[in-house]
Design a protein around this ligand. Sequence first.
Ligand code: NI
Length: 388
Amino acid sequence: MQLVADVVSMKDEVAEWRRTLHADPELLFDVHNTAAFVADKLRSFGCDEVVTGLGKTGVVGIIHGRPGGNGPAIGLRADMDALPITEITGLPWASRTPGKMHACGHDGHTAMLLGAARHLAATRNFTGSVAVIFQPAEEGGGGGREMVNDGMMERFGIAKVFGMHNLPGLPVGQFAIRKGPIMAATDIFDIALKGIGGHAAMPHLTIDPIVAGSAIVSSLQSIASRNANPLESVVVSVTKFIGGSAYNIIPETVELAGTVRTLSPAMRDLAETRISEIVRGVAAAHGVEASVNYLRNYPVTFNHADETDFAADVAESLAGEGKVERNQPPTMGGEDFSFMLEARPGAFIFMGNGDTAGLHHPAYDFNDDAIPVGVSYWVKLAEKALAA
Ligand code: NI
């Protein structure tokens, strides 16, 4: 392991920041305390510019390299938001707010990028500029999209972007990455069904939206099993089925909702088209009225080839040979860094969090032993990308 020496010595302090953030989790764009903490730290490090309020509550710190050196800026990105989960760890730094918790390790991501910013601002061993990007609302709000739409890339001359996420189950000190799609597009849909309600004992006088809804749920399974090429990936999950109020009443309406996960534009188009066709067809067969609302949410997180090789090489230079999986299978989870990768070339890498509870689990905690690894990765990546 070839960690950056100065980074190893700051581990305890970065862990302290991490635990401070962990105790005060904030959701979506409502990350005011976290963003203020980040901006204060960036100013105290001597960043050349600290901009707040980008993409509503995002923060960007700009660090220029050696005087006289010029070149492009690279963006290093962390996420700041927590999840609506009640923590059960019982740790001294556990969430102080019931119903909110850093269960995805964004506290660790933010603290590690702050550690890297401090080192880069103190040493400036690079040309060009580094933009450290702290985004809100990764967990469903599209904070990355908001920052891109706010003109972040153009404003700071960002030429390439890099992201990192911890991964439970992967040992600390190891990395995993792949070229092309590494995380899925995450679309959502709502289906409204309207029949004719009535007495459960006289179903012939009703048009039962529960039976129609059940048939729709079953038929939607055929998108993955019959419509999609078996060598491609698609998930269609119905996650809400809302209707009815009593044992003896057939309801008038039913609402369904769910999510679609795909790794290619062709599968995304196929799933959207087939959901609409199946709902209309099955609803007609049952005589219920149906409407479908399909929303394209986060796009595929697509790693660019050259930047993926570069990121993997940087990771290997610190983790050692055999510690970087370069052909990590994609996951069907989503990631809002995808919007930044649509705007600029770059790569998103997984870093081992060791044998902890899984992401989004109430017993999860970011592994502070990973801090020197993550901070070293950022520092080496910036210094190599912007080498004199
Ligand atoms: Ni996350």
